[in-house]
Design a protein around this ligand. Structure first.
Ligand code: HEC
Length: 162
């Protein structure tokens, strides 16, 4: 085999390895990614806190009202925190920034950041695409109220045992 044939042979091996890797995991279509993101939002329970009235209505809230933030504060020893309007906050990140943020951020209780840290990068990317696809809507939620300040109603009290 002369030198140029050897290069062609090496290139063919690489090309077929690439094709095999692709055959194992075909690139997901946009529709598949959005469906996966929707599934992750539902089974990750994001709506329970970030969608107003979602628990009271036992999930019977139309998709266009999802993740608009919750005006009912969660009051605990940590202060009073409001589940943010993810329709506004998530799109303020690039997809790359979102993955980094979601893997490392520790928002205040009762935000279950420890579960989000465990979410795979591909699922985080799918969630990002789905949440952004819902479109920007609604307003920012009230600002966090420190534990030594009295929040305005409405809020619910959570006893968080440490
Ligand atoms: C048990 C209630 C609860 C659940 C479930 C929950 N969150 Fe939160 N989340 C909160 C609260 C409350 C805050 C505000 C915390 C603060 O003020 O620091 C928050 C903050 C956040 C923040 C940081 C603020 C922002 O918007 O930039 C992100 C991002 C977030 N949540 C995403 C999610 C996602 C994604 C899910 C589903 C996988 C989820 N949350 C599930 C209650 C919840």
């Amino acid at each position: 085999m002369n030198k140029s044939n050897a290069w062609i042979a090496a290139a063919l091996v690489l090309a077929s390895a690439g094709a095999a890797a692709q055959a194992g995991s075909p690139p997901a279509s946009t529709g598949d990614l959005l469906a996966r993101g929707r599934y992750m939002v539902l089974t990750g329970h994001c709506n329970n806190c970030h969608t107003a009235g979602y628990i009271g209505k036992q999930g019977d809230v139309p998709e266009q009202e999802w993740l608009l933030g919750n005006p009912v504060g969660f009051r605990s020893d940590f202060g009073t925190a409001y589940a943010s309007n993810l329709r506004l906050t998530v799109r303020s990140f690039s997809e790359e920034q979102w993955v980094t943020y979601a893997k490392g951020a520790k928002p205040r209780p009762p935000m279950p950041w420890w579960s989000v840290h465990e979410t795979s990068e591909s699922d985080l990317r799918a969630m990002y695409k789905f949440i952004v696809s819902l479109g920007a809507a609604g307003q920012a939620v009230p600002a966090f109220v420190p534990a030594d300040k009295e929040p305005l109603p409405p809020y619910e009290v959570r006893r968080l045992v440490r």
